[in-house]
Design a protein around this ligand. Structure first.
Ligand code: P6P
Length: 326
């Protein structure tokens, strides 16, 4: 009978209840539950993006990044702030759509975690129904929440949990709590995320590179040399232009995703705290590598909430081949 919870079903709430009993996870599980609730609501709005017209298109404002805000960017951001603010363990929120951190409650009132997120990454793809996603990172808030951004400006290696929700042909969550990567699919009949894969491992090699070739002449010489080498060595090319979709494919199939520095983005385009760091934790937990081109992404000491970084991540064997040219 459809919608029946059969014996072997492993829903996200059950998974988190079990994880909460693990050392060091505890109430992090409640934070992930709040994120999951927000993303289920975002999924329903993304699914209906062209119906009613109230969620498609631009707001007519730009965010701190100077990017045109899509209506769904703002809606998604508001949903995440609403759900996370109701979680009694959240102290500070940092969002791509918020200039400054949002202080929810001080550590003295239980606000022990900081949550950083890109509410709807790749949102410019919504109009063409390409994959978009929510990326999230959970840290222990250092010091009082009143200290604002400094309470969450920690290297990615400090993350307690990280993940993304991809709103694609299906809605799925890929999550790490620091001990491997698990994948869940939102079952529309149940209205719940159901675990479909445990301890996901990224293939060590796969001849696929994922990069925006339009900037090729802008990349540093080493990247141009690498791209030429891939064309002489039978590599395929896949690029969606939505980090969550490109990283998800790379995680499952192997290959390497790159967004190097360009003239337009001299520090790279992707944001360290709520894009590169969570994705790097996932990739490393799945046995892959994630570097800036000169070092490990998770070792970068942040100085600003919205700072950017060059990104090379994916199969360990493929990242090595990129580095050999830099
Ligand atoms: P470009 C989407 O705007 C985004 O932030 C990431 O999701 C994506 O990887 C990147 O920008 C795409 O940038 O310059 O190739 O369009």
């Amino acid at each position: 009978m459809s919608g029946r919870i059969s014996d072997n079903l492993d829903t996200l709430p059950e998974y988190l209840r079990t994880a909460a009993q693990r050392d060091g996870i505890g109430t992090v599980a409640d934070v992930i539950s709040s994120i999951a609730l927000a993303t289920k609501s975002i999924a329903s709005k993304v699914r209906r993006a062209r119906i009613g017209g109230d969620v498609i298109g631009e707001v007519g404002a730009t965010n701190v990044q100077g990017e045109e805000q899509q209506k769904l960017d703002v809606i998604s951001n508001d949903l995440l702030i609403h759900c996370l603010s109701r979680c009694p363990h959240v102290g500070v929120l940092g969002s791509e759509e918020e200039d400054e951190v949002v202080v929810v409650r001080p550590a003295s009132a239980g606000g022990e975690y900081g949550v950083l997120f890109d509410p709807l990454d790749g949102s410019s793809n919504i109009d063409v129904a390409a994959g978009v996603g929510t990326i999230f990172s959970v840290l222990r808030s250092a010091g009082s929440a009143e200290s604002g951004a400094s309470s969450v400006l920690q290297p990615g290696s400090s993350q307690l949990a990280a993940g993304y929700v991809l709103y694609g042909s299906s809605v799925l969550m890929v999550l790490t709590l620091g001990d491997g990567v698990d994948m869940f699919v939102l079952d529309p009949e149940l209205g719940e995320f159901v675990r479909v894969q445990s301890r996901l491992q990224i293939p060590h090699d796969n001849k696929v590179r994922s990069i925006n070739g339009a900037y090729r002449m802008d990349f540093a010489e080493g990247y141009q040399s690498y791209l030429a080498w891939t064309e002489e060595n039978g590599y395929g090319s896949r690029y969606i232009g939505s980090m969550v979709a490109d990283v998800h494919r790379t995680l499952l199939k192997g290959g390497v995703f790159l967004y190097p520095a360009t003239a337009k983005a001299p520090s790279g385009k992707l944001r360290l705290m709520y894009e590169a760091n969570p994705m790097s934790m996932l990739v490393e937990q799945a046995g892959g590598s994630a570097v800036t081109g000169t070092g490990r992404i998770l070792d970068v000491e942040p100085h600003e909430l919205h700072q950017r970084t060059p990104v090379v991540l994916g199969s360990a064997g493929e990242v090595e081949k990129v580095l050999a040219h830099l």
